[in-house]
Design a binder for this molecule. Structure first.
Ligand code: GLY
Length: 355
């Protein structure tokens, strides 16, 4: 079992291995102190039939009283209405500040459970049990929680760290090819911005059957993220590199009404922003070609059908934008990222260069 310690405003372990769900109750008992009495498991209706019984059985045998809240699968559910239902559920079941929430699922579940935990009674503890590759390599680690507003992606939220993250790689076996590829997009992002060696893994197509390779990839991504978060938990500077491909990606997700998933949109966003920087002579065309090849090899999209105007307007709702400027992330060479603050009219020109 690989164990990586995240050192942020709260220190917590991320554990990575196969067959961890059956022992999730024990891991929680060993890590969460003082012990909670009640544990609420939050999951969507796709994950619930697969893993909820297993996790609840383990929690019960470790002596916890368990509760289960299920919501519909999909990014469209990631709004304040669902958050209200989640915290009402905690209130109706008399959860106190000593009790615990568990996010069992992908990025949407982790973000919403974390946000509910952050605001219920001004904060109860929570544990992440990510079941998708995207959540294991990125969203379950680092304490970004929240939900979408109709004005844009993740516009409501809090930095709120979990007590523990349990990555059971067996869960990846039930992912669809599309959901699996979305996780690869975030892992490729991590490689491009911080680790050229990691990038080598993706030159051939990774599948959800490559379990030993996946443990290495997840371990590397978590180590890199833990290192970035330790230096800049609240995204004042360095952490923004993790948004490579995300400013345009979030715009594409929103324009598609979330039909294009987060991972797919990040893939398209990385391709588009890199193309733009190639045109500005800040990135070697060979890097763009390598990126496109790796993304396509891994079944990820690199094109979209939106206009410059649509993309620019949607990107303006990005929460990282200031009144008259926005910080753009690009990679001048594999394994390295730069942050470039730019005026909005320069950003508009940059977007035009991506076409
Ligand atoms: N997903 C980017 C971050 O956690 O900062």
């Amino acid at each position: 079992m690989k164990k990586i310690q995240v050192k942020a405003s709260k220190n917590y372990p991320v554990i990575i291995d196969s067959n961890l769900l059956n022992d999730s109750g024990n891991f929680i008992k060993e890590t969460v102190s003082p012990l909670p009495a009640k544990v609420a498991v939050f999951c969507d209706d796709k994950v619930e039939p697969l893993y909820a019984d297993k996790v609840e059985k383990s929690l019960k045998s470790s002596g916890f009283e368990t509760f289960r809240f299920i919501f519909k699968n999909g990014e469209a559910q990631k709004h304040m209405g669902t958050i209200t239902q989640m915290i009402e559920f905690l209130a109706q079941n008399d959860f106190t500040r000593k009790d615990l929430a568990v996010a069992l699922g992908g990025g949407v579940t982790g973000d919403m459970t974390g946000f509910s935990a952050a605001i219920f009674k001004r904060g109860i503890r929570f544990v992440q049990i990510p079941t998708t590759l995207l959540a294991m390599v990125d969203s379950s680690v680092g304490g970004k929680t929240g939900c979408n507003l109709s004005s844009g992606k993740n516009l409501a939220g809090a930095f709120y760290q979990p007590e523990l993250v349990i990555c059971d790689t067996n869960c990846l076996e039930t992912l669809s090819e599309k959901d699996f590829a979305c996780g690869i997009a975030e892992a490729v992002k991590t490689a491009v911005i911080q680790d050229a060696e990691l990038f080598e893994f993706f030159r051939k197509r990774i599948t959800n059957k490559d379990s030993e390779t996946l443990k290495q990839i997840i371990g590397k991504c978590v180590e890199i993220k833990a290192n970035v978060v330790a230096q800049d938990e609240k995204e004042g500077g360095l952490r923004q590199i993790l948004n490579f491909g995300h400013t345009l990606g979030h715009a594409i997700e929103k324009l598609s009404n979330y039909e294009i998933t987060h991972g797919e949109a990040v893939s398209i966003g990385m391709a588009a922003i890199t193309k733009a920087f190639v045109k500005l002579n800040k990135v070697n065309p060979a890097l763009y070609d390598e990126l496109i090849s790796v993304l396509e090899t891994n079944n990820l999209p690199v094109k979209h059908s939106y206009t410059k105007y649509e993309l620019f307007t949607a990107a303006l709702s990005d929460k990282k934008r200031n009144a008259d400027s926005i910080t753009v992330v690009y990679s001048p060479e594999l394994g390295r990222a730069e942050l470039l603050p730019m005026k909005l009219n320069d950003f508009e020109n940059l977007i035009s260069a991506a076409f």
